[in-house]
Design a binder for this molecule. Structure first.
Ligand code: TTP
Ligand code: MG
Length: 346
């Protein structure tokens, strides 16, 4: 049987801000850009009482909580804490799969101590060395460990032993399952499926018919079965967003508004999921009406709309006025190993 731990820091960005500036403690606090047009990256528990949440527009949060204190993001500080936390994980196991700056799966199957004891010790070391709190979920697979880390949040942990998985999973809403987002949830609700117990009533044939290959995964997940290994070093090299237009685009200026929206979407993904990575270059990709494709790329560290516009013009020119069926924008990351060296050598 595997021993999997999922660790998730509590209100990560907000907790760091409160730690570093005691005057912020005890009041509703959110971390966001400095303008009202931005969104919250996170909110502390005082602010959550008013309904403030990650990804909520700042103006909305201020409606819910007019005395909400807003502070700007400080990624360097969050990255530094993330590195400290990861080095603590590294004292216990090499099998670490980070999900974001503040979350990771650990496989501790090879260790003699109980997974719960290890989780408690990791949380104690995190608290001692960073003065931040973490929550943990413990079980025999990733799916259940991740759900469990939410159970006694903040500053708590929860273990679901394998024999208790069936009862634990049955009562959960399907939205808790890995990969089940708004759309799948709606489709399932439309056929009367709310909980995993409901979902268990659909057989494999029915699920495959409705959801294809993914249906078979669902069949396993709603039973709390998940064989995915904890994969260290699954470092991605790039991140991009692509749109295929319902009708081909025939003039360059018509590509600018969709591109702006895609860059903003990419920005959000970078901030929420890849804030620990350093951007090396920006890329624009076009696929023309005849399916031929081209990419334009330039070195850069930030998502600059003007640079993307120049790259777009460059790629467009290569098409010789051919219509465009697909637009992609993306970034390539520095290799994390060379990032580490950069840090080390200042
Ligand atoms: P989460 O772990 O989702 O949230 P959290 O740590 O703030 O709160 P919780 O106690 O519920 O775990 O995300 C970790 C950090 O990632 C969070 O502090 C801010 C950042 N983040 C974003 O920037 N945008 C987002 O949409 C989300 C969800 C998180
Ligand atoms: Mg967290």
């Amino acid at each position: 049987m595997r021993k999997i731990i999922h660790i998730d820091m509590d209100c990560f960005y907000a907790a760091i801000e409160e730690r570093d500036d005691p005057s912020l403690r005890g009041m509703p606090l959110a971390v966001a850009g400095s303008t009202r047009r931005g969104v919250l990256t996170t909110a502390n528990y005082e602010a959550r009482k008013f309904g403030c949440r990650s990804a909520m527009p700042v103006f909305k949060a201020l409606e819910l909580c007019p005395h909400l204190k807003l502070v700007p993001v400080r990624f360097d500080a969050y990255r530094a804490e993330s590195a400290r936390i990861r080095s603590i994980f590294g004292r216990f196991t090499e099998v670490i799969e980070p999900l974001s700056l503040d979350e990771a799966y650990l496989d501790v199957s090879h260790l003699r101590s109980s997974a719960s004891a290890i989780a408690r010790e990791i949380r104690a070391q995190i608290r001692e060395e960073t003065r931040l709190t973490a929550s943990a979920g413990v079980s025999s697979n990733k799916l259940i460990a991740k759900i469990a880390s939410d159970w006694n949040k903040p500053d708590g942990q929860f273990e679901v032993p394998p024999e208790e998985i069936p009862a634990f999973i049955a009562a959960l809403p399907v939205g808790r399952l890995w990969g089940v987002g708004g759309k799948t949830r709606e489709r399932l609700a439309a056929i009367g499926v709310q909980t995993c117990a409901d979902l268990q009533k659909l057989d494999r044939i029915e699920l495959a018919r409705r959801f294809g290959r993914w249906g078979l995964e669902l069949w396993h997940l709603c039973r709390g079965m998940d064989e995915r290994p904890v994969t260290p070093d699954r470092t991605r090299k790039s991140l991009s967003s692509e749109t295929t237009f319902s009708e081909n685009i025939v003039v360059l200026p018509a590509l600018i508004p969709p591109m702006r929206a895609m860059i903003e979407g990419l920005k959000e993904d970078l901030v929420s999921k890849h804030a620990d990575r350093v951007i090396r270059s920006l890329v624009v990709k076009l696929k023309f009406a005849d399916f031929e494709r081209t990419t334009a790329e330039r070195a850069g560290h930030a998502l600059d709309h003007e640079v993307f516009a120049e790259l777009l013009a460059e790629a467009w020119k290569r098409g010789n006025n051919r219509a465009v069926r697909l637009l992609g924008v993306g970034v390539r990351f520095e290799d994390p190993k060379s990032e580490a060296q950069l840090d080390f050598f200042g």
